[in-house]
Design a protein around this ligand. Structure first.
Ligand code: OAD
Length: 237
């Protein structure tokens, strides 16, 4: 019987909310070079370009049309009703999980709605655009604020807590992620051999073979159905 549950989400869970994925047709990485907008070297070379890339994505979160979809809501409901341990780990930098009501949540790749002072490492919540001339409120200097985003070559956040939860979970579910970016793509290998491993995705991922069960289809349909099933099973036991 599943007691401890870990869920990993990727860009696919937010696709039906109107936020572009990275690697699908017309995804973000078809229109931008990773080394330009998602690396520290890129930021040093052209901070204005990098800030404007994240400013646009941050601004999108405030558009009225961008709302959590039934998959985000299903995870928040599951967290509320599940009597066991639950951890939601997201690679997404949007805020749709928390807007749906998820609380026990780790943003392993950072958050669009936060910026960080490179001097003090203090993190600030903001929806305002940042540019190379923006003065930092803590060090009073310009050019010190950067997006609170994990770029390629940087260490994802809260890894110790994530690996500890993976090692003791009975059910691991990966949703809407292509399995191409590590360490998240390798989480399934950190789960105990006797734990149930389920992948919910529109298509096969690069790590589908490591899962016991594959559910193909849109997250807005498959996620509520799967988690209702888990809650029903638990109540019947
Ligand atoms: P990807 O764009 O690589 O993969 C999205 C996955 O979601 C694909 O496998 C799609 O088939 C699937 N998908 C698309 N629409 C879906 C839907 N409606 N329902 C279910 N599945 C759907 O995004 P991630 O795997 O999240 O990192 O990418 C991982 C990391 O790569 C990102 O966090 C980002 C990126 O570079 C950083 O920026 C550090």
């Amino acid at each position: 019987m599943a007691n401890s549950v870990v869920v990993l989400t990727g860009a696919g869970i937010s696709a039906e909310s109107g936020i572009k994925t990275f690697r699908d047709h017309n995804g973000l990485w078809e229109n931008y070079r990773i080394e330009d907008v998602a690396s520290y070297d890129g930021f040093l070379r052209n901070p204005g370009l990098v800030q404007s890339f994240y400013n646009a994505r941050r601004a999108q979160l405030k558009e009225a049309s961008i709302q959590p979809n039934p998959a985000h809501h299903a995870l928040a409901k599951f967290e509320q009703e599940w009597p066991g341990e639950f951890l939601l780990v997201t690679q997404n930098v949007d805020n749709l999980h928390e807007r749906a009501g998820s609380r026990h949540l780790i943003h392993m790749h950072g958050e669009l709605a936060k910026v960080r002072c490179q001097k003090s490492r203090r993190v600030f919540e903001t929806f305002d655009p940042i540019n190379p001339d923006t003065t930092c409120v803590c060090c009073s200097q310009t050019g010190q604020l950067r997006p609170h985003i994990v770029w390629f070559g940087e260490m994802p956040m809260e890894m110790e807590q994530i690996f500890a939860a993976l090692e003791r979970c009975d059910l691991f579910v990966a949703i809407g992620t292509s399995g191409q970016v590590y360490p998240a793509a390798g989480f399934v290998h950190h789960v105990r051999g006797d734990a149930r491993k389920v992948e919910i995705n529109a298509e096969a991922s690069a790590v589908s073979l490591a899962f016991d069960e594959l559910r193909r289809g849109p997250a807005s349909r498959e996620v509520p159905a799967f988690f209702d099933e888990i809650l029903r099973l638990r109540k019947s036991q």
